[in-house]
Design a protein. Structure first.
Length: 653
């Protein structure tokens, strides 16, 4: 008895230490700027307050209200608990993933023991599960939290149900129901668990569960599922289109079944954003046929559990396949972390095969086999986890695996390069992405980058292609209007601005753009009207005041113009163009001393402003300070002001 306890403690120690050693680095990993950015970083004002946990049950998985597609409040609440402990740094979120994984491994060991699997078999399979390379994404990637929690709660709920039927202690049944509640509120896939609990009752327990008891179980399970569905339907008001969710996506996603099954036995071609590949699919089909053969040849009792485990794998794999990412063929066909729960079924089936065959097998050889696999899996998982270290390694791995197919990975990495300030490499990746697949958002982003390079013609071309692929993007029309203005196409800019009605939060900016277009057309009346409308919408918009000041000056309303310039400076004291315009206005009024004051203020903020030196030089010339004027004009000319150079030749040489 004492030896058995010691062995149990050693098993548990190994199940904690080995995955901790393999994955200890993940705690130092960064965010990947994918779903973790959307959920945690972009919504930290909500996630960062533990008092917002009730809000997790009132919003969708991405904290939208009304919600879209996914309702996962327990996952959201877990992020809030992390934030309360560790703030907005990625360390705590990664550490929690690792801790949940270790708890799942321990729970799996006890589940197998409760199913009367020999402890050495339960330990060996749990150990392999703990360091299997296929699950390195689940442990290393923060957005995989839902699958980790779902699996932990499923295993614990199943275990509590088994314990209740073994002991008849009500405490276990209450615990089972509470855990089942956590299961369904963690991820929608969890509503399948009652089906397998029912199968366990009818196929395994059989007469041990009478009809009255089974009815109590069914009513309890149905009530929990209904509670979840009612809560979900209240929050999720928008369903995805039929090409994203439904039978058609399921049919396209079916290859994920053999692909993940193949990677379970031979973890090859692992990727952060995997696409279907013939090797994994073919290997998976062959292994599925082998499984079918083993099922056919197995003993009756063994066959029951092999079938149970295989159905578990299929059911929990298929449900997520009803959803397909847009442009999945060039982005991601399936996520490897979603195999985390389905594989529990394969572990159960394997446990019963080995359990019944242990006496016939060479136990020493079996131990060495487990040891070799553990060493290999540990090394591969250790290396594979580094692909989730940061956003650059995340996308680079996807590109390395599918360099000719994964357009989204190139586009994602380009965004990372922009974030890092490496615009050249960003442009290269956008180009590579668009060579593989034309996508509206990629053209849009490359258009922004072309504009940053002052390639306004190319920027307009990219934005035009983006609009052709997605005419609902009002921001693309606005940005194209900016590029058209740069290219003196004011009428084209106005056409685009007429299509930006959805940008209500940018209404003042749109009116400023319209005002700029009318200014370009020398229609000062309409320009002035649009700038005034911008100020009505947002009286703290310094650019609106500045632009209206220019329009007023065009009407020779110098006093009104200077009033607007000064208001712009009041809002934004660093607005140098407003100081220059005030200086020019004073110059127009022949108040050259006052003009000089404002040009001086400009140079205090922006010491190398050619316009300020030029304006001050003209003011000094009018004040008969020819030496000072020539010095300022010379400085303006050296900073690129062509007019200053001409005046130098005329007055100073």
């Amino acid at each position: 008895m004492h030896g058995s306890k010691t062995q149990n403690y050693l098993y548990l120690l190994c199940l904690v230490l080995l995955p901790a050693i393999v994955y200890f680095r993940v705690a130092s990993f960064d965010f990947t700027l994918l779903d973790d950015k959307t959920i945690i970083q972009d919504h930290y004002s909500i996630i960062g307050n533990i008092k917002n946990i009730p809000l997790a049950f009132q919003t969708d998985a991405f904290l939208n209200k009304p919600g879209k597609e996914f309702y996962r409040p327990v996952q959201t609440a877990s992020y809030m608990i992390d934030a309360a402990i560790g703030g907005d740094k990625p360390f705590i979120y990664h550490l929690t993933n690792l801790l949940i994984h270790i708890l799942t491994v321990i729970s799996l060991y006890f589940l197998l023991v409760y199913l009367q699997i020999k402890k050495e078999i339960a330990f060996g399979l749990s150990l392999l599960f703990s360091i299997h390379p296929l699950f390195s994404s689940a442990v290393s990637w923060i957005p995989a939290r839902g699958d980790l929690l779902l699996t932990l709660f499923c295993v614990l709920s199943f275990s509590a149900f088994i314990k209740y039927n073994l002991t008849n202690k009500l405490t276990y049944f209450i615990l089972h129901l509470f855990l089942l509640l956590l299961v369904v509120f963690t991820k929608e896939t969890g509503i399948l668990l009652p089906l397998f609990l029912f199968l366990y009752c009818r196929v395994v327990l059989k007469e041990k569960v009478n009809n009255k008891k089974l009815l109590i179980y069914l009513v309890s399970w149905i009530l929990i599922v209904l509670l979840y569905l009612l809560a979900r339907n209240k929050i999720i008001t928008t369903l995805p289109s039929s090409d994203i969710f439904g039978i058609a996506p399921l049919i396209k996603n079916i290859p994920a079944i053999p692909a993940t099954f193949g990677k379970l036995f031979i973890p090859y071609h692992l990727s952060t954003l995997p696409l279907f590949d013939y090797i994994s699919i073919t290997l998976g089909i062959l292994l599925l046929l082998v499984t079918a053969y083993l099922l056919f040849k197995s003993k009756r009792q063994q066959r029951t559990w092999i079938l149970f485990g295989f159905l578990w794998f299929l059911a929990f794999t298929i449900i997520p396949l009803f959803y397909r990412q847009a442009d999945a063929d060039f982005y991601v066909s399936y996520f490897e972390h979603r195999t985390y729960l389905p594989v529990i079924g394969i572990v159960i089936a394997a446990a019963f095969i080995l359990n019944d065959s242990l006496s016939k097998l060479n136990q020493q050889l079996l131990k060495y086999g487990f040891l070799c696999l553990a060493i290999i899996f540990s090394m591969v998982s250790f290396l594979n986890s580094s692909n989730y270290e940061n956003s650059l390694s995340f996308y680079s791995k996807a590109i390395d695996i599918n360099p000719e197919l994964n357009a989204a990975a190139y586009s994602g990495r380009a965004n990372v390069f922009i974030y890092q300030g490496d615009l050249i490499r960003a442009m290269e990746d956008y180009n590579s992405s668009l060579e593989i697949h034309e996508e509206a958002l990629t053209y849009y982003n490359r258009g922004l980058l072309q504009s940053a390079f002052n390639n306004h013609e190319l920027a307009e071309e990219d934005l035009t292609k983006s609009i052709a692929l997605d005419s609902t993007n009002a921001m693309a029309f606005y940005l194209r209007s900016v590029e058209r203005l740069q290219r003196k196409n004011a009428l084209g800019a106005l056409e685009d601005l007429d299509k930006t009605g959805d940008l209500k939060n940018l209404a003042d900016v749109i009116f400023i753009a319209r005002g700029n277009a009318y200014s370009s057309l020398h229609d000062s009346i309409k320009a002035l009207s649009n700038f005034s409308k911008a100020i009505e919408i947002n009286n703290r918009n310094d650019e609106a005041y500045y632009r209206r000041g220019l329009s007023r000056f065009a009407f020779r309303d110098v006093a009104g113009a200077m009033e607007d310039y000064k208001k712009a400076i009041e809002i934004n004291p660093a607005k140098t163009e407003a100081y220059i315009s005030i200086g020019q206005s004073y110059g127009f009024l022949h108040q050259f001393d006052s003009a000089t004051i404002y040009f001086n203020k400009t140079l205090e903020i922006l010491p190398n402003s050619p316009q300020a030196y030029f304006g001050r030089g003209l003011a000094k010339k009018e004040m008969k300070d020819l030496k000072g004027a020539c010095e300022d004009l010379n400085k303006a000319a050296s900073l690129g002001n062509g007019t200053a150079k001409k005046l130098l030749d005329e007055f100073c040489n």
